[in-house]
Design a protein around this ligand. Sequence first.
Ligand SMILES: NC(=O)c1ccc[n+]([C@@H]2O[C@H](COP(=O)([O-])OP(=O)(O)OC[C@H]3O[C@@H](n4cnc5c(N)ncnc54)[C@H](OP(=O)(O)O)[C@@H]3O)[C@@H](O)[C@H]2O)c1
Length: 259
Amino acid sequence: MPEGQGQGTAPGPVMLITGASSGIGAAVATRFAAVPGWRLLLHGRDAERLDQVAARTGGTALRADLADPASAGRIAADAIGTAGRVDVLVAAAGVGWAGPFTAIPPSAIDEVLAVDLASVVHLVRQILPQMVERGRGRIVLLGSIAGAVGVGDEAVYSAAKAALGTFADSLAYELRGTGVTISLVLPGIVDTPFFERRGTPPRRTGLKLLTPEQVAEAVWRAVMLRHRAEIFLPQWLRLPARIHGAAPLVFRRLAERFG
Ligand SMILES: NC(=O)c1ccc[n+]([C@@H]2O[C@H](COP(=O)([O-])OP(=O)(O)OC[C@H]3O[C@@H](n4cnc5c(N)ncnc54)[C@H](OP(=O)(O)O)[C@@H]3O)[C@@H](O)[C@H]2O)c1
């Protein structure tokens, strides 16, 4: 999608990144800022960190709390008002909660479902029509391996990420022939403030920690080189996801035995 121009005010392609104030979203902003021509619209909540990323990458900061149902409409209006259009949407904002399901506070259930699922669906709803109208666009959603196989003590988070995967699959049918593509990136464990924020370290799985830059590189490839519907990181995680899909009981026994 390197050219990316359509009608609008920005000369180069316009990318809106949610969750750009930290971790993976910030790394995606840095990756695309390294290539001249991109107009970056950076969403986040924390003003100080968001402004730092904006200053470093030359992007424009758009602040909003995605737990607020009205935020998707506001972000879309601000983005299109600022740059005239959005050619690429990377939905990287997300929040976790880990612990026994019987202990999760109702407010945390609402937050995880609102930020990780509802806000993404609403934002895509707001951004997609102008992409379809121009006959080009890329949407990249941040899923998780947790959504592909389910993870104990992360039932709500896993459910939200699984729903995001089904949303992307379903929407892909509607997008066929429109010039707009949708991809889902499913990382394992990434070394970001995500775990500190949720208050519990990552589960000990033997998975090698990814860097946010590795995830940003995968997003770069999805946008620039070749559309892929699903991108597992590391790539071998596709195998357990496939086993889970084809033989869930076998998967569960293996997971219980080997963690
Ligand atoms: N880290 C991992 O191991 C891992 C693995 C698989 C998938 N993921 C997914 O990757 C995505 C990025 O996570 P990360 O690791 O980069 O985490 P992170 O460093 O904690 O960043 C999360 C981002 O989401 C934003 N955010 C959270 N709650 C928000 C809210 N209510 N309103 C607006 N923005 C909000 C944060 O904004 P502020 O900082 O401004 O509050 C921040 O920019 C998430 O969707 C996550 O589920 C992460």
